[in-house]
Ligand binder design. Structure first.
Ligand SMILES: [Fe+2]
Length: 314
């Protein structure tokens, strides 16, 4: 196959029939416009990535995701893999180079390098007090301003597949993903979910950058974005609720991955997640096989509604 080890997820690429409406939702969700052309919208977070989200004008669809290659050399290596396109310059704001691949579900995976970095956006940062550390914010008042959450970065993508083992195998061999938790139901060889992280050796990375769900259809379950802290999750929730968007699931704390989460649908029914405080693992952590526990998939908070567990948009 001839894959490489990508270092992180870079962006999600969607299509939407109304870019004004897409931008309004994404701004309410906590992203900021980085650029906009006649046919595409590029949204960023507070971190220095030029964009985390591309919305192209067109019928509603999930096109695929971008992932970062460690080096341009890795792009050239990947270009020799089965089914890969040649290294090409990205003709979009932010520039850079990429290799395009088609995953087994038909989505376009772009492995990118050299996309422009931008100055980080200012972010409120206050310490929280704990019962055992009561003076961390001594003398400083907490006064939060209402409004959208502050999305820092993209965290992961979640796809539904009708053939999970094949899909996951492709991602592990092409992009170097490691198994964090494979999830089974009834029998150990009946996988219903698979959490995968990037391999950056000793360096600690998010528990998952790709979660695959076994289901009856193929599609996107959600794209997920890291916000600054729990207050951001809560303020973002209030803001999206007040704006009348449809809530999908949350707020709670996951079991596998441990993030505090909150899920919303965009105007075309695509899942978007805010999270904070994930488990971090490095390449030394062995793969885990976990039993599916629908009733305890959250450590606190509401369990996943059936609608969301079965949710997948093309
Ligand atoms: Fe998620």
């Amino acid at each position: 196959m001839g894959g490489i080890k990508v270092t992180d997820i870079a962006f999600g690429r969607m299509r939407a029939p109304d870019l004004d409406r897409a931008e309004q939702f994404l701004a309410d969700f906590g992203l900021v416009r980085s650029d906009r052309t006649r046919t595409a919208l590029y949204m960023r977070g507070t971190d220095p990535a030029h964009h985390l989200y591309v919305a192209e004008l067109g019928e509603p669809a999930f096109v695929g995701c971008g992932f970062y290659a460690r080096s341009e050399e890795d792009l050239h290596k990947l270009a020799r893999a089965d089914g890969a396109c040649a290294v090409e310059s990205i003709d979009e704001p932010g520039g850079g180079k990429r290799v395009r691949l088609r995953d087994p579900l038909g989505y376009e995976i772009e492995v990118v390098h050299g996309i422009e970095r931008v100055a980080p956006l200012p972010l409120r940062r206050q310490l929280l007090n704990y019962g055992s550390e009561r003076h961390r914010r001594a003398g400083e008042l907490m006064r939060l301003s209402k409004g959208p959450a502050h999305v820092r970065r993209i965290g992961h993508m979640v796809l539904m597949s009708t053939d999970l083992p094949k899909t996951v195998q492709w991602y592990r061999s092409m992009l170097g993903f490691l198994c964090s938790d494979d999830v089974y139901a009834e029998r150990e060889d009946n996988l219903v979910g698979s959490f995968n992280r990037c391999d950056r050796g000793e360096e600690y990375v998010d528990h998952h950058v790709f979660f695959c769900i076994q289901g009856k259809k193929i599609g996107l379950n959600h794209l997920s974005f890291e916000v600054e802290d729990i207050d951001d999750v809560m303020l973002g929730h209030e803001h999206l609720k007040q704006k009348g968007y449809r809530h999908a699931w949350g707020i709670g704390r996951h079991r596998l991955g441990s993030q505090v989460y909150d899920y919303w649908y965009d105007p075309w029914g695509r899942g978007h997640e805010h999270w904070t405080d994930t488990d971090l693992l490095n390449a030394k952590a062995p793969p885990n096989l976990a039993r599916a526990m629908i009733d305890t998939a959250s450590q606190w908070g509401e369990q996943a509604p059936q609608e969301f567990r079965e949710h997948a948009t093309p």
